[in-house]
Design a binder for this molecule. Structure first.
Ligand SMILES: [Fe+2]
Length: 319
């Protein structure tokens, strides 16, 4: 794999002293230089940015009639990333736990996973029932330092199993979840990171990569290498709250799904497939503090991996 030389960081922020735990390369890769194009141009809306258009697939209209046996998805009106399922319609009242009892049953599981592959994100609302197979999402952030889960990443990373789909759920609980989770298409999110990069960090190879994006030309390095370089530079060069503000700008630029969590909401994220995947991150909209916060639970890769799936500690790499 080709390497991407880091730009020289500002004085006093030398990367030589960077500990292994300070860096990460979370992207599933290599993805190569191919531009991700929408699966169906008819279902594409565009976010126009200077000299560059980032394409976001919106599939809601296409999938109104998606059926799982006798059940039909009831979709919310939604023009953003992915689709939002309010519940199922059928001849009878569907079970409250419609995810486990219908969508993930052997008869429908592959169809449901294929749907997730195709649209990238399926949000299921009002999911009642069993989350016994889920595991608590770990990872805490501080005022002074971002945890790795706050940077965009795929789950599974360099582990033996990269889950095709990741489900993150906000279970019914006493305390509301006030920390968000942003979900964005890959590699468009890296393009957005380059385009939103503060001017004083647009140097060296990152400047070249940014220029290539603006000119709609292939990058000279792999997407995951560019992302690793971006993460390292912003981590070492920007204060924590400036990093969080920058990442919120990236969310907006790329059209990330960053809606507030509702209890009983599950987000099914395309994490590894041959087409278009999503990355996600823990997104703060307020300075991390001690205010009580609702928990999230996760299924896949929680069932298959021993590493912390949220912080992706297995993804830590030497530079
Ligand atoms: Fe994660």
């Amino acid at each position: 794999m080709r390497s991407l030389a880091l730009p020289s960081p500002p004085v006093g922020n030398g990367l030589q002293g960077l500990r292994a735990t300070d860096v990460e390369s979370d992207a599933t890769g290599p993805v190569g230089f191919e531009r991700c194009v929408p699966l169906d141009p008819r279902d594409t809306r565009s976010v126009v940015v200077p000299a560059r258009t980032i394409r976001i697939s919106s599939h809601a209209g296409e999938l109104v009639h998606e059926r799982f046996g006798t059940w039909r998805l009831r979709l919310a009106s939604w023009s953003g990333l992915g689709i939002v399922v309010e519940g199922l319609d059928g001849e009878h009242t569907p079970p409250a736990d419609y995810v486990n009892e219908i969508l993930l049953t052997p008869a429908h599981r592959e169809q449901f996973f294929s749907l997730i592959d195709r649209v990238g994100l399926v949000v299921c609302k009002a999911v009642g029932g069993d989350d016994a197979l889920h595991r608590d999402v770990r990872g805490r952030s501080s005022r002074g330092r971002l945890s790795q889960g706050e940077y965009f990443h795929h789950d599974g990373c360099s582990g033996p199993v990269q889950p095709r789909v990741v489900e993150i759920r906000c279970p019914y609980q006493e305390v509301a979840r006030h920390t968000f989770t942003a979900i964005a298409p890959f590699p468009e999110v890296i393009e957005a990171m380059l385009l939103e990069l503060p001017a004083h960090l647009r140097i060296g190879e990152l400047a070249d990569a940014r220029a290539a994006i603006l000119a709609d030309e292939p990058l000279a390095s792999e997407w995951d290498e560019v992302q690793g370089a971006l993460n390292r530079v912003i981590r070492k060069s920007l204060p924590a709250e400036d990093q969080r503000a920058y990442l919120r700008q990236v969310d907006t630029h790329v059209g990330a799904y960053r809606e507030p969590w509702e209890m009983g909401e599950s987000r099914f994220i395309a994490n590894a497939n041959a087409g278009h995947t999503m990355q996600h991150r823990r997104a703060y909209v307020e300075v991390p503090g001690n205010r009580p916060n609702g928990k999230l639970v996760k299924r896949w890769p929680a069932e298959a991996e021993t590493a912390d799936p949220e912080t992706c500690e297995r993804c830590v790499v030497e530079t």
